[in-house]
Design a protein around this ligand. Structure first.
Ligand code: PMP
Length: 458
């Protein structure tokens, strides 16, 4: 199909993040214009269910007037002041108070950022800084996991355990190590129980720490449920076992809750849903339901004390962004948290999860689906060439991208993580809309199956 004028102008001017730059020149982009509730509309007025809540973030959906009003009111009152060098403002103070109240573990302070990548970058810097202040400058290595996703800045992309984020970017940087991915379907051994697999993952972590030297390993970072790596729910008992290893070697635990916090797994924090007690936490995305770019790290007392110790020695704590705690972002985040509380969004998400998961699991019977997995209001359908042997499609067959294109024709926006189709709708989705979403996904799978047969891919 010929590209529209807008699509041509787009391709001539915008370098699209996370995009196959070669194929997009033929397909063009989907240009969206407006949105309401769980639907986004393209420039021709066609509606789509936003099956991915944007990028796992628009939990309250679109067109929320209260959030828009909160931003407008704050812009008129005090559009900007920063938090550097002794300045502060009411929305940042109040937001930090709310986050401390909500946090699942004892938190001393909140450090504001604008994105998930900045949050995790700040985590690494804070760990290094803390261990310097504590007189153990050799304890600096950070362990993340294969297929973990933590962002794309130089340090965060190093934590990320996906080849596309490393290849050609000269990453990871030194001192960042990757341990095994807790995906039983792909990495469990023949006949290995989930429990035994979890034990083996913890043993892998322990072996890595011992190989490197426990006095050189500072922290372990993990998403409660891996998002961009394929919506991977760890096996039962996994975090308990990983925590025991970390505690044994005095390794700090960081929960990357950029996707999971604020109800995605049916609780305020995903780590609570999975029995994981981190020392510090990264948040972003649903903190403002993506109405403003705001993130934060929630840090414990010992990390805060380090900033006092070092400030006495060297003066200023030299970290912070111009927009750390931006007042408009903070006002919108506060209103978002108020709505989560008042409308019982998290409790309602927990109540809708069984319906969502039942639909997902039912699609596990589809001939194309090797594994249907998920937790709470997120999930993935991993498409395979052979259900029995779990054989994957050849990457060049582009099955994942094809499925996303067909889903778009069916009026639903999904995202492919390799050949896994991810689902993560706004939490405000109604039960009827959940049924509608899965009808469309089922039709999509049928059409992808026809395509795979026609192309001789099965
Ligand atoms: N951590 C996790 C778990 C994420 O899912 C993401 C984004 N998908 C990030 C960090 C990075 O966030 P951002 O894109 O806002 O930098």
């Amino acid at each position: 199909m010929a590209l529209t004028n807008l699509q041509v102008r787009d391709l001539e001017t915008v370098l699209h993040p996370y995009t196959n730059q070669a194929t997009i020149r033929d397909t063009g982009t989907l240009v969206l214009e407006r949105a309401k509730g769980i639907h986004v509309y393209d420039v021709d007025g066609k509606p789509y269910i936003e099956g991915m809540a944007g990028l796992w973030c628009t939990s309250l959906g679109y067109g929320n007037e209260e959030l828009a009003d909160a931003a407008y009111a704050q812009m008129k009152k005090l559009s900007f002041t920063h938090l550097f060098g002794g300045k502060s403002h009411d929305p940042a103070i109040e937001l930090a108070e709310r986050l401390k109240e909500k946090a699942p573990v004892p938190i001393s302070k909140v450090f504001f950022v604008c994105s998930g990548s900045e949050a995790n970058d700040s985590q690494i810097k804070m760990i290094w800084y803390m261990n310097n202040a504590m007189g153990r400058p050799q304890k600096k290595k950070i362990v993340s996991r294969i297929k973990g996703y933590h962002g794309v800045t130089i340090a965060s992309a190093s934590l990320t355990g996906l080849p596309a984020n490393h290849t050609d970017f000269d990453l990871p940087i030194s001192g960042i190590l990757h341990t095994s991915c807790p995906h039983h379907y792909r990495f469990g051994l023949e006949g290995e129980s989930e429990e035994d697999f979890a034990t083996r993952c913890a043993q892998d972590l322990e072996d890595l720490i011992l190989r490197e030297g426990p006095d050189t390993v500072a922290a372990f970072i993990a998403e409660p449920v891996m998002g961009a790596g394929g919506v991977i729910v760890p096996p039962k008992g996994y975090f308990e076992k990983m925590m025991a290893v970390c505690q044994r070697y005095d390794v700090f635990m960081i929960a990357d809750e950029v996707i999971c916090a604020f109800g995605r797994l049916g609780e305020w924090f995903g780590s609570s849903a999975l029995g994981y007690k981190p020392n510090s936490i990264s948040i972003a995305k649903a903190l403002t339901s993506a109405y403003m770019p705001v993130g934060a790290i929630l840090i414990p007392e010992e990390m805060y004390q380090a900033t006092i110790v070092e400030s006495k020695k060297v003066g200023t704590f030299g970290h912070g962004f111009t927009y750390s705690g931006h007042p408009v972002g903070a006002a919108v985040a506060l209103k978002t948290l108020e709505i989560y509380d008042r409308e019982k969004i998290i409790e309602k998400a927990a109540a809708k999860s069984p319906q969502f998961q039942a639909h997902l699991k039912a699609l596990g019977d589809h001939p194309l689906v090797g594994e249907a997995r998920g937790l709470g209001m997120m999930g993935a359908l991993e498409m395979v060439a052979d259900k029995r042997t779990k054989k994957a499609f050849e990457p060049k067959a582009g099955i994942g991208a094809k499925a996303v294109a067909i889903a778009q024709e069916e009026g639903v926006i999904l995202r492919n993580l390799g050949d896994a189709l991810a689902l993560c709708p706004p939490l405000i989705i109604s039960p009827e809309e959940i049924d509608d979403l899965f009808d469309r996904v089922a039709r999509t799978l049928d059409r992808v199956l026809d395509h795979a047969k026609a192309e001789g891919l099965l």
